[in-house]
Design a binder for this molecule. Structure first.
Ligand code: CO
Length: 166
């Protein structure tokens, strides 16, 4: 499986480039990303988390084969409401925080066949979609926290920073 890049790896804070061609290599990467995501027991994984600076993410919030979502060049076209829930990230191991995000989103993207799709989501799926598209813009979930929330995880973040240096 692929190696998951962990905070503060600089690739996680860079903006990614649009996917220009859906070819065999990309389909292979998608397969490997699903495997890596399932192995880590995550519900979503974005390409920069495995060292690829492109606008691609995979999700499965249902835990069943028909729950698999592949999003190429995704764009959130609408976001409404507000919801707060606990969140974590395979690239920020051991840290979970309550994050406030939009409650409902509409996302437009291309699938692995180059077909344009639009999907509406709420609940966990809406949260995961926002979390993954944030990754494509170089943003990690804890950057959305208010000051007290950040203070609460400051020591854990420092630990990850020290581990990365070694
Ligand atoms: Co993440």
């Amino acid at each position: 499986m692929l190696t998951i890049r962990e905070y503060p790896d600089p690739i996680l804070s860079r903006r990614t480039s649009p996917v220009s061609e859906i070819d065999r290599n990309l389909r292979h990467l998608i397969e490997e990303m699903f495997g890596t995501m399932y192995e880590g027991r995550g519900v979503g994984l974005a390409a920069p988390q495995v060292g690829e600076g492109i606008r691609l993410c995979v999700l499965n919030c249902k835990g069943k084969p028909d729950g698999e979502l592949i999003l190429i060049n995704p764009v959130i076209v609408s976001a409404t409401g507000e919801a707060t829930d606990e969140e974590g990230c395979l690239s920020v191991p051991g840290i979970r925080s309550k994050v406030t995000r939009a409650e409902r989103v509409t996302v437009r993207a291309y699938d692995q066949n180059g077909k344009e799709l639009e999907l509406e989501a709420d609940g966990l799926e809406a949260r995961a979609l926002q979390h993954e598209t944030d990754h494509l813009n170089g943003r990690l979930f804890f950057q959305l926290l208010s000051e007290p929330g950040r203070m609460a995880i400051r020591r854990q973040l420092k630990q990850l920073e020290q581990q990365f240096e070694q």
